[in-house]
Ligand binder design. Structure first.
Ligand code: ADP
Ligand SMILES: Cc1ncc(COP(=O)(O)OP(=O)(O)O)c(N)n1
Length: 263
């Protein structure tokens, strides 16, 4: 049986992040990808030129259509845009019998806001408690938990602060620190440090979405959280290494890097 994975996220018209990155990752990792679109962005390699959120009713309807008929083995959330959408999605995933990977997307690589400031409380009190794994980057940790991380050592305190909001596991992504690309996975008792060489490639658009979707794909296949995260890290590291130029700015990671034999 091919496992079903659902992404609840925003559309990136440039195809590097959001729903598009999630579905490509899922295909590359051998699961059936499905989507609930929360917002539409006009986006390219230079940044986000516009964003429009969908009505809560449209998001709920998409979710119910997928879950009630097809069923899901894992869910991943990304851009949720507003407090109303965060609350609705948190309620939906809490009522679904499948692991949920919550990427609490706040700001794009170019500094464009993808979440209203007024939604942060709902992220803390509704969305994170429903997460099997939360995957904040360092800017999101600062936004959500008020903890600034400037060194690998400080990632431990950041993880503890995020775990206070109730996710079963947290993966602190250290992609924004200099040096090796180091992430910390912990549930408060086990600790797993994931280290990969930093690829000196500016075409890294979509790293966070890709990693979270890869984790959800692994969970849907029945991997444990640490196993899924190790496999996802390997996949995103290869995708960053193979990232390619597109447009005039930051190009996407290459979701198809494992299939390329002809370039
Ligand atoms: N230049 C890079 N080389 C290798 N891995 C990277 C690089 N940049 C980010 N990563 C990895 O990509 C994943 C996503 O991290 P990050 O870029 O911090 O997330 P986000 O896209 O949410 O800002 C993490 O596993 C991080 O370590
Ligand atoms: C629609 C949409 N969702 C999420 C993001 C952020 O994606 P991320 O993987 O964190 O990559 P960067 O934007 O930081 O490169 C997005 N840009 N758009």
């Amino acid at each position: 049986m091919i496992p079903n994975v659902l992404t609840v996220a925003g559309s990136d018209s440039g195809g590097g992040a959001g729903i598009q990155a999630d579905l490509k990752t899922m295909l590359a990792l051998g699961v059936h990808g499905m989507s609930v679109v929360t917002a539409v962005t006009a986006q390219n390699s230079l940044g986000v030129q516009g964003a429009w959120e969908l009505p809560v009713e449209a998001v709920r309807a998409q979710y119910r259509s997928v879950v009630d008929d097809i069923g899901v083995q894992a869910v991943k959330t990304g851009m949720l845009a507003s407090a109303e959408l965060v609350e609705a999605v948190a309620e939906l995933i809490a009522g679904t019998n499948a692991p949920a990977v919550v990427d609490p997307v706040g700001v794009s690589k170019h500094g464009d806001a993808l979440l209203a400031a007024s939604a942060l409380d709902a992220v803390r009190t509704k969305l994170l408690p429903a997460a099997t794994v939360a995957t904040p980057n360092l800017d999101e940790v600062a936004q959500i938990a008020g903890v600034r991380v400037e060194s690998e050592r400080e990632m431990r305190a950041a993880a503890a602060a995020v775990l206070e909001y109730g996710p079963r596991w947290v993966l602190i992504k250290g992609g924004h620190l200099p040096g090796d690309a180091v992430d910390l996975l912990t549930d408060g008792s086990e600790e797993h440090w994931l280290r990969a060489p930093r690829h000196d490639n500016r075409h890294t658009h979509g790293t966070g979405c890709t990693l979270a979707s890869a984790i959800a794909s692994g969970l849907a296949k029945g991997r444990s959280v640490p196993e899924a995260v190790v496999e996802a890290k390997e996949y995103v590291t290869g995708a960053v290494a193979a990232g390619f130029a597109l447009g005039g700015g930051i190009g996407p990671v290459d979701h198809g890097w494992r299939f390329r034999t002809d370039v």
